[in-house]
Ligand binder design. Structure first.
Ligand code: GDP
Length: 195
């Protein structure tokens, strides 16, 4: 996709605040601090559209970004942040589940993991949950620039095996720093959105 325009639309706390123009939506899921905001910024060539936050876990809203007037990125709050209360975790789960299960406009989820490390228990739970409900998932293994090129295959395998990603399911190696994987991710998104 040739991104000509991208704008932040709303930080939604509840469904009544979600956009109403019925454009297709691609949600982003991932551990706090994994690099979701940086991925969005890279995908739309903007340095600071999605705030890359220094306070992981603080955002409890779904942030909607409209791209080219054609689709939305719906950035969901990061999971796996230890220092939050049970109540906060429960509220998070209700919001995310409600969105993922009920949102008609949702075409699929980009699940972002850190290519340097084996997927965490939370990563596995999220992936299994999405698969269970038949929601299309694109796994993006980000921060590729942080490991030497020669080690990429080993790390990609670690992610694929850690999440038990099916042979036909996409896994894209990405770097918000270098832009690696951007075109492949756009074509995979375009295919989902046009389905
Ligand atoms: P979020 O909490 O998932 O939105 O994560 P952020 O996008 O705020 O990123 C967390 C930290 O990781 C920031 O310091 C980013 O600069 C850094 N980061 C994110 N993606 C990459 C990447 O692809 N390469 C490198 N080297 N750093 C990254």
């Amino acid at each position: 996709m040739n991104v000509k325009q991208a704008e932040f639309v709303i930080s939604a706390l509840k469904p009544s605040q979600y956009p109403e123009d019925a454009l297709p939506e691609i949600a982003l899921a991932g551990r706090s601090n994994v690099g979701k905001s940086s991925l969005i910024n890279r995908m739309v060539h903007r340095k600071n559209l999605a705030r890359t936050s220094s306070k992981p876990g603080k955002t409890q809203t779904i942030n909607f970004y409209r791209v080219n007037g054609q689709l939305y990125f719906a950035d969901m709050p990061g999971y796996g942040f230890a220092r939050v209360s049970k109540e906060t975790k429960a509220a998070w789960a209700r919001m995310i589940e409600g969105y993922l299960l009920n949102r008609r406009e949702l075409k699929g989820v980009i699940q972002v993991v850190d290519v340097r490390h084996p997927p965490t228990r939370d990563d596995r739970m999220m992936y299994d949950w999405l698969k269970h409900y038949g929601i299309p998932v694109i796994v993006v293994a980000t921060k590729a620039d942080k490991i030497p090129r020669g080690k990429w295959p080993k790390h990609v395998k670690q992610v694929r095996e850690g999440l038990q990603i099916g042979a036909d399911d996409p896994l894209i190696l990405f770097s918000a720093e270098t832009g690696q994987g951007k075109d492949e991710l756009w074509s995979t998104i375009a295919a989902l959105v046009s389905e």
